[in-house]
Design a protein around this ligand. Structure first.
Ligand SMILES: Nc1ncnc2c1ncn2[C@@H]1O[C@H](COP(=O)(O)OP(=O)(O)OP(=O)(O)O)[C@@H](O)[C@H]1O
Ligand SMILES: [Mg+2]
Length: 619
């Protein structure tokens, strides 16, 4: 060892291990090191302080720990204290938690060995410090591609780079109070990623990103990417003012999902959901036949014949009404009843001014309603088409006494009442359900939609994209899908009293499945939320990487604490006092949790979320 190294070692050595309790170690600091800074080679080195790292030498092993806290005790060994400097009279003890070790000049996370009493403890040199903060891992023998995301907060000049694969092939959680910088961090991360890969063919072909933008923060200008495709959904505008390109393509096949229809129709579990299931089955059966239209017309015609011969007036009139909804309108109603009427004492339909007898088959076939059934065409709009099938199933069920129309009718009415809103945001004439047709980066702007739509659309799209991705991935395992949900409490809240069980099932099926199984199909989720305590713990606990901004509420901190057990005490304690734009990064992509200042976003690319300065408008 040369002179410099010896000097360095004596300067950096701070004390000795005095107690080892599992991964928690106590170190007694040498009395000469009790000042806040040390001088070495003309440079000031920061001395031991809470939050900094230390190295413990055990033979040739170098164990790395973080200082969680420190305390002092009176040094009983010193006899005459009166002439001594304060720092000579005390013992200074550090609480250290072990994090990892150095192996072949690389930092490895985890505990391989525990130190022994009297092992020496050192401050880290700059090189060693950099080693601890070098987060780029090898994957299959090749270094991951680094992406700069910010600076270390405690050391301004130190960039933090993470491996793109260890961050973006993972589920990410971004949490923090309002205004703490979550949306900004989210935009900064994805902005950096897209800049790196924009213009590369493989990226456009194989990677898909779907952003749900509840507040319209990412939908403007060049935020995230200049090549994104934005769907500016609106339930406030008038239908005729909405461009088809701002509607989501969702086709028949996607709509024919029992859970989805049940939610749209607010269907009850016991009676309405089974009825919807039957209606979907009817739809599929008709669709499967050689001539679907003929098949369906025949069903309708048969029902007209049956209904016009029924003996229960109320039921017959109600069923006629439903048939009229399918094939005609009010005009058909009055036309029909100009021709036929109900015979009150004999209980059947007869021709007006005709003799008192039941209608003959020929007479029925001449009624305007029968003629309409013969000429029936499927509506171009897939929602209208489905509603026609719902009415048909309703007629079949009521006719066969399988259900009362009072019981199942409301489901159809509910669905119908939503058609106006749904038609504003969904292009039901679309033959495909692929939002990624124009770009691999899609932002769905939900800012101008009502609450119902805000809840349902992310679910429909996510589920659809997930199912498609599964198929794509099985064929070609290069495919990648990332779903990004800012303000995730809108759809992932743990326990909303108002939600029905159907809604919960659907959500569980979608997001919890993505969290649990998505990785196997190249599907990853990024969620950002103000209230981690509100979000289902199944989801929070399965995230791989966390960006924790300022969190003040105890419940939220606890929710995070419960799930990220490896987060050290210092990082926890800083959560309530983090400044805007700083966050704790913890998880797979960072071998030690670090506090970072997230990188600024280029002007014009920031999300639209500036906090207003009211006094600017008060002069
Ligand atoms: N790293 C940063 N650098 C510069 N400014 C930032 C940074 N992070 C956040 N800000 C600014 O702080 C403000 C609040 O940030 P942001 O909107 O991201 O907070 P949020 O946590 O998403 O809040 P909310 O929960 O209300 O959506 C914004 O004006 C944003 O521009
Ligand atoms: Mg936000």
């Amino acid at each position: 060892m040369n002179k410099l190294n010896l000097e360095l070692e004596s300067i950096l050595k701070i004390g000795k291990v005095t107690s080892v309790k599992g991964r928690y170690v106590e170190v007694l600091v040498d009395k000469s090191k009790n000042s806040s800074h040390l001088l070495f080679n003309g440079e000031i080195i920061k001395n031991v302080s809470v939050g900094s790292y230390v190295k413990i030498a055990k033979g040739f092993e170098e164990l790395i720990g973080k200082i969680d806290g420190e305390f002092i005790v009176e040094d009983k060994g010193v006899q005459d204290k009166s002439y001594l400097h304060e720092k000579e009279r005390i013992k200074r003890i550090l609480n250290i938690s072990l994090l990892g070790y150095f192996q072949k000049k690389k930092f490895k996370q985890g505990i391989k060995e525990l130190p022994l009493i009297d092992n020496e403890c050192y401050l880290l040199t700059q090189v060693e410090f950099d080693r601890v903060h070098h987060f780029i891992k090898e994957i299959n023998g090749v270094d991951d591609i680094p992406l700069r995301i910010g600076n270390l907060a405690s050391e301004k000049g130190k960039s933090i780079r993470v491996g793109i694969n260890s961050l973006f092939a993972s589920h990410i959680g971004i949490f923090g109070n309002t205004g703490s910088g979550k949306s900004y961090t989210l935009a900064s991360l994805y902005n950096a990623l897209f800049e790196e890969f924009q213009g590369k063919d493989g990226f456009h072909e194989n990677a898909r990103f779907l952003f749900f933008d509840f507040n319209g923060e990412y939908s403007f200008g060049d935020c995230l990417s200049s090549e994104k495709r934005v769907f500016n959904l609106s339930t406030r505008k008038k239908l005729e003012d909405i461009d088809d390109k701002d509607k989501l393509p969702i086709n028949e096949e996607t709509l024919l999902d029992i859970e989805l229809l049940s939610i749209l129709a607010s269907a009850t579990e016991k009676t309405q959901k089974p009825y919807l299931t039957r209606a979907i089955k009817l739809f599929k059966n008709v669709q499967k036949s050689d001539e679907p239209l003929e098949f369906f017309r025949n069903i309708l015609k048969k029902k007209v014949r049956e209904v016009l011969k029924m003996a229960d007036k109320d039921k017959a009139l109600a069923l006629l009404d439903y048939l009229i909804v399918i094939v005609g309108d009010d005009a058909l109603h009055s036309e029909l009843f100009q021709q036929i009427e109900w015979h009150n004492t004999l209980h059947f339909f007869k021709l007006r001014n005709g003799v008192s007898r039941e209608l003959t088959d020929d007479e029925i076939e001449a009624t305007p309603i029968y003629v309409e059934c013969e000429n029936y065409e499927f509506p171009e709009n897939s929602l209208e088409k489905i509603i026609n099938f719902l009415y048909t199933q309703l007629i079949i069920d009521v006719y066969n006494d399988k259900a009362f129309y009072e019981h199942i009718g409301p489901a159809v009415h509910k669905l119908q009442s939503k058609t106006t809103d749904l038609e504003k945001i969904i292009d039901f004439k679309s033959r495909h359900s692929n939002v990624f047709n124009d770009s691999n980066i899609v932002v769905v702007n939900l800012n101008d939609t009502n609450i119902d739509i805000k809840k349902i659309i992310p679910l429909i799209l996510s589920k659809n994209a997930y199912q498609k991705q599964k198929k794509r991935y099985k064929k070609d395992n290069k495919q990648y899908l990332n779903l990004i949900v800012d303000e995730a409490h809108n759809i992932l809240s743990y326990n909303s009293e108002r939600e029905s069980s159907t809604w919960k099932d659907y959500r569980l099926e979608t997001f919890e499945e993505i969290i649990k199984e998505g990785r196997k199909f190249g599907v990853f989720l990024t969620v950002a939320s103000q209230r981690p305590s509100d979000i289902s713990s199944t989801i929070i606990s399965q995230l791989h990487n966390y960006f924790l901004h300022r969190l003040i509420n105890n419940k939220d901190i606890e929710a995070v604490e419960r799930t990220i057990s490896y987060l050290d005490k210092v990082s926890f304690d800083t959560l309530p006092i983090l400044p805007t734009g700083s966050c704790v990064l913890a998880g797979l992509c960072a071998q030690v949790p670090v506090i970072i200042d997230v990188d600024k976003i280029e002007e014009g690319k920031e999300p639209h979320n500036e906090t207003i300065k009211p006094t600017d408008f008060w002069e």
